[in-house]
Every structure is written in structure tokens, then in C-alpha cells.
Design a protein around this ligand. Structure first.
Ligand SMILES: C[S@@+](CC[C@H](N)C(=O)[O-])C[C@H]1O[C@@H](n2cnc3c(N)ncnc32)[C@H](O)[C@@H]1O
Length: 218
């Protein structure tokens, strides 16, 4: 009997061309509030945490619908809103003042400033080195900034206590809601080496095919 083959692991540049990541069938259309929304996924309305002079970064922002809705809301007066997504499937509408949408791979993009709020709604499931990205995100927060993301520990192949390590690095993880939170900028360094991504892992808890990120302890 032959042993099952390990899946070939993709580097992040190759992963961005994977049909699991760059397809146009995934849900990129969440609005700001309502049933299928950022407020529902994050547990709060992002605008409730923002005011004049503040900045919100949304990684893996999809079409940017929630950001368009936020930027068009009178409460967003003086708020800088930035969305980053791998693919330019942004809504083809005129962009309200204060809204910037950038087509880039979040794992290679560097934030030009600090943010009071950083979100990633059902985006990390498709990112290769997501722990590397989390460490970079931690450095992009203001001292009192908030990061919130959907996060599935089962999406990482890692022979270590990931929830424990996340806590040690300052994150809070709500396992019931699969919600990862970090409050305030900090230096984060995970003691694992990224090996690559498997795009053949199948559906995760959302029911959609996701990417499994492989790491080894160092
Ligand atoms: C399920 S969609 C969610 C979109 C949006 N947050 C929403 O809830 O409507 C996941 C998004 O992650 C984006 N994505 C995947 N890998 C990415 C990467 N490495 N960098 C930036 N965006 C990425 C995809 O293009 C897709 O738009």
C-alpha cells in the first residue's frame, strides 16, 4: 500500500493565482450593516469606533461594499478608510471622499501609516502566511487601535498550541465566534516557520473551500 501523498505546498505568489483564492464566486459583497454584513461578522458597527481624524484599514475587503457604505455615512466625516484586496473586483461606483481602494496582496503590502481600526472579514482563510500577516498588522495599529478578524485555527497545519501562542502574543481568540482580536500596537513574533499553503484542503467552517497554511516550529 502506498502512503498518502502530502499536498504540494504553494508559495504565496503562486497562491494568489489559485482558483480557490482568486475566483469571482466567493462572497465579496458584505455590506456595513444587516444580515450579511461587517457589523454581523465583527460584532460591532465599525463606524461606532471611528470619528474625525481616525483611520480604518480593511484587509481582504472584497468589492468594498461595506467601505462604500461607511464612507457615504455622515458619521464618517473626517474618517480615512482604506480597503486592500488581491483582486480589483471593487464596486465600479464613484468613490466617496476619504475612501481609498488598493489592489494588492496583503502579505506583500506595507501600510503607509497607523490605523485606529483594522479589520479582515473572512479574508484570512485565503491568505498563505497569515501568521506573518498578523504580526505585521499588529505593528500597523495605533497604541489604542483595534484589530478584529474572522480566524479559523483549523486552517493552519501547525504542531503547536496556536490558541496559547496567540494569547502569549497579546491576541484574544473567541473560539465560539471564531473571532480574533488585538488591542493596541505591539511587537508580535511567532516562533514558527512558514512552509507554504495547500489550496486543496476543501471547505472550512464557512462551507467555502479555503486555504490551509503550513508551519513548522523553529
Ligand atoms: C470571502 S471574501 C470576503 C470579502 C469581504 N471582506 C466581504 O466580507 O465582503 C475574501 C477576500 O479575500 C481576498 N484575498 C484573498 N487572499 C488575499 C490576499 N493575499 N491579499 C488580499 N486579499 C486577499 C479575496 O480576493 C476576497 O475578496
Amino acid at each position: 500500500m502506498t502512503a498518502p501523498q502530502d499536498p504540494p505546498l504553494l508559495d504565496d505568489a503562486t497562491l494568489t493565482r489559485s482558483p480557490i483564492v482568486a475566483n469571482n464566486a466567493m462572497n465579496r459583497e458584505r455590506g456595513l450593516r444587516g444580515v450579511n454584513s461587517y457589523a454581523r461578522a465583527l460584532g460591532f458597527d465599525p463606524l461606532s469606533r471611528l470619528g474625525p481624524g481616525t483611520a480604518w484599514l480593511d484587509l481582504c475587503c472584497g468589492s468594498g461594499r461595506a467601505l462604500f457604505e461607511a464612507a457615504g455615512d455622515p458619521r464618517a466625516e473626517g474618517v480615512r478608510i482604506t480597503g486592500v484586496d488581491l483582486v480589483d473586483f471593487f464596486l465600479p461606483a464613484a468613490r466617496p471622499a476619504g475612501l481609498d481602494l488598493i489592489a494588492a496582496d496583503a502579505t506583500g503590502w506595507t501600510a503607509p501609516g497607523r490605523y485606529d481600526l483594522i479589520t479582515c472579514v473572512h479574508g484570512l482563510h485565503y491568505v498563505g502566511d497569515r501568521l506573518g500577516l498578523l504580526a505585521r498588522i499588529a505593528s500597523w495599529l495605533t497604541p489604542t487601535g483595534l484589530f478584529v478578524a474572522d480566524f479559523d485555527p483549523a486552517g493552519l497545519a501547525l504542531a503547536a498550541d496556536l490558541p496559547g501562542e496567540l494569547r502569549r502574543q497579546g491576541f484574544e481568540y473567541d473560539a465560539r465566534r471564531r473571532r480574533l482580536t488585538l488591542r493596541g500596537a505591539r511587537e508580535v513574533e511567532f516562533p514558527y516557520a512558514y512552509l507554504g499553503a495547500d489550496d486543496t484542503a476543501g471547505p472550512n467552517y464557512t462551507g467555502q473551500p479555503a486555504v490551509r497554511a503550513h508551519y513548522t516550529g523553529t
